[in-house]
Design a protein around this ligand. Structure first.
Ligand SMILES: Nc1ncnc2c1ncn2[C@@H]1O[C@H](COP(=O)(O)OP(=O)(O)OP(=O)(O)O)[C@@H](O)[C@H]1O
Ligand SMILES: [Mg+2]
Length: 249
């Protein structure tokens, strides 16, 4: 099911639009994060964002959606968790009509539906009818996770792999950034937090970011786990506010 937001006239507040496309990078709107990403999210590739519950994954998805939409680009947003459009409006302030107008939400309630929605996203992407600025899947693995302990585990992993290949194909053909999220589980042997989806997500993502809660109530830490041109383990501190995840300054 595709839900198109209605189109209507908006009062545009020109005071907030610090987000630019530079060298096919989509700014996150968080200056220290952009700095360690060499400008922002890379087009033509998949970026994986992982972290525990409530760390801010959806916040980042929404603010990147806002940033792409405010550039007049369309965003295809596959929501598997029940995203809050209220939060997107809050982040978009006086320009929420414009942002919603440029955002196409897709919803999935099972792994099968997720596959179908991704087929639709592929079809729409390749139709050439939309000037695409971003594709989001939040979360990529919520349904996959439920299949991990079933006899269908192997089959589910193959299907997840095919979904990733599909997203990669879209990213590369359309030269659009793709952002996926996943939660974490605790590794039994060493107690470390690992992203759900493991190597299926790892190998198909050119950038992997980990987000975790920081010391302060609103503070967060984002760490580079994998990147083509940035050293691993670079990290930044930031905070969550009405505008999303932003720098401390
Ligand atoms: N306006 C706001 N100002 C400050 N913090 C906020 C605001 N809105 C939401 N938050 C914080 O954002 C956090 C939730 O972030 P988010 O929904 O992005 O987490 P998540 O990583 O997607 O979690 P999950 O894995 O459960 O989906 C909560 O700590 C919440 O308090
Ligand atoms: Mg979330």
């Amino acid at each position: 099911m595709i839900r198109f937001h209605s189109v209507y006239m908006a009062t545009i507040n020109n005071n907030i639009n610090p987000f630019v496309w530079s060298n096919m990078k989509l700014s996150t709107g968080c200056s220290p994060l952009d700095a360690i990403l060499n400008g922002g999210m890379e087009s033509g590739t998949i970026t994986e964002l992982y972290g525990g519950g409530g760390t801010g994954k959806t916040n980042l998805c929404l603010q990147l959606t806002r940033n792409a939409a405010l550039q007049g680009k369309k965003v295809l947003y596959l929501d598997t968790e029940g995203v809050s459009t209220e939060r997107l409006k809050q982040m978009s302030r006086g320009r929420s009509d414009e942002v919603l107008q440029n955002t196409l939400f897709f919803r999935a309630h099972s792994f099968e539906e997720q596959e179908k929605r991704l087929d639709e996203i592929e079809r729409i992407s390749f139709s050439g009818n939309l000037d695409l600025g971003l594709i989001v899947v939040d979360s990529m693995t919520i349904f996959y996770r439920t299949l991990l302990n079933s006899k269908d585990h192997q089959n589910a992993t193959s299907r997840l792999g095919r979904q990733m290949i599909k997203l990669l194909r879209i990213a590369r053909k359309i030269d659009v950034p793709v952002l996926i999220t996943t939660q974490v589980y605790q590794n039994q042997s060493d107690g470390s937090e690992q992203p759900v989806g493991g190597h299926m997500l790892y190998h198909n993502s050119k950038t992997i970011l980990k987000i975790e809660k920081g010391r302060g109530r609103h503070s967060r830490r984002v760490c580079i786990i994998k990147h083509r041109s940035v050293p691993e383990r670079e990290s930044i501190e930031c905070r969550i506010c009405d505008d999303g995840i932003v720098s401390f300054e």
